[in-house]
Write a protein that binds this ligand. Structure first.
Ligand SMILES: NC(=O)c1ccc[n+]([C@@H]2O[C@H](COP(=O)([O-])OP(=O)(O)OC[C@H]3O[C@@H](n4cnc5c(N)ncnc54)[C@H](O)[C@@H]3O)[C@@H](O)[C@H]2O)c1
Length: 259
């Protein structure tokens, strides 16, 4: 159902090798954008690049670790050299380790803050001046319902996601004079490789199916799929979104609307 919503736009998506990042890349390309695919895993990202190109889309893979700021900066420069501009940044890549405050380690905390939060700051810091020069742009970051509420076991992840919400609001205020809109999307449960913990798909476990689906703790009674959230990202990147900044779109099937 593409409508050329992002015709002639250039977008950079982090974590584009699988899950939500790959879904956003596919939707953006189908809507006419050229997509720069930043991803630490060279194998998955080249498969997404090939898939988009095989459908006539414009995609270029940039296999790198977003905590390597020099490599990330170089990729952004290459995107601008290749396509002449950068209109949309999607800060999506993240990692999750599970531990309580009693058994977590400072090393895990630092790693998650570096990948999940500092990269949002650095990516935005590097992309924003380009958007200022162009006269506008969009920065869209993927947070989580865990930025507002917690299931426990992931304090560093939650702190990073809460930090993204605060940073989104701060950047929205600072960049509004330059016509740069800054928003976030907060998925609830989403069926992606991240939801497979120790080989078990948490969205298919008996407990999940009983509590969240049969008992409708998720009022829409199913897990989310990457495409459900990708649609919200397309909206925020498109001209249908033009008077909204500093906001968080919650895409959780109603999960955080009930208790
Ligand atoms: N899956 C869920 O249930 C869920 C729920 C809420 C929010 N989210 C958020 O949605 C976003 C996408 O998650 P997903 O479920 O698609 O995860 P995923 O693990 O399937 O995909 C994340 C991608 O990011 C890449 N990546 C990780 N570290 C990187 C690094 N240092 N440099 C470059 N790339 C890196 C991974 O290789 C992977 O391809 C994340 O921000 C996540 O926190 C996911």
């Amino acid at each position: 159902m593409p409508h050329d919503l992002l015709k002639d736009r250039v977008a950079l998506i982090t974590g584009a090798g699988q899950g939500l990042g790959a879904a956003v890349a596919r939707e953006f390309a189908a809507e006419g954008a050229s997509v720069a695919l930043v991803e630490i895993n060279p194998t998955t990202v080249s498969a997404v690049e090939a898939e988009i190109r095989s459908k006539g889309g414009r995609a270029q893979a940039y296999p790198l670790d977003i905590t390597d700021h020099a490599a990330y900066r170089q990729a952004i420069e290459q995107v601008v050299a290749r396509w002449g501009r950068l209109d949309i940044l999607v800060n999506n890549a993240a990692i999750a380790f599970y531990a309580t405050i009693l058994d977590d380690t400072l090393e895990n905390w630092r790693k998650q803050i570096a990948v999940n939060l500092e990269s949002v700051y650095m990516g935005s810091k590097m992309a924003a001046p380009i958007m200022v020069r162009q006269g506008g742009g969009r920065i869209i970051s993927i947070t989580s319902v865990q930025g507002f509420v917690s299931s426990g076991m992931c304090g560093a992840y939650n702190a990073a996601k809460g930090g993204i919400i605060a940073l989104t609001k701060s950047m929205a205020v600072e960049l509004a004079p330059y016509n740069i809109l800054v928003n976030a999307v907060a998925p609830g449960f989403m069926l992606t490789p991240m939801s497979i913990v120790d080989g078990v798909d948490e969205t298919q476990s008996p407990d999940f199916l009983d509590w969240y689906v049969a008992k409708r703790k998720i009022p829409l009674a199913r897990t989310g799929y990457p495409e459900d959230d990708a649609g919200a990202v397309v909206f925020l990147a498109s001209e249908y979104c033009r008077y909204m900044t500093g906001q968080v779109l919650v895409v959780d099937g109603g999960l955080t609307s009930t208790f």
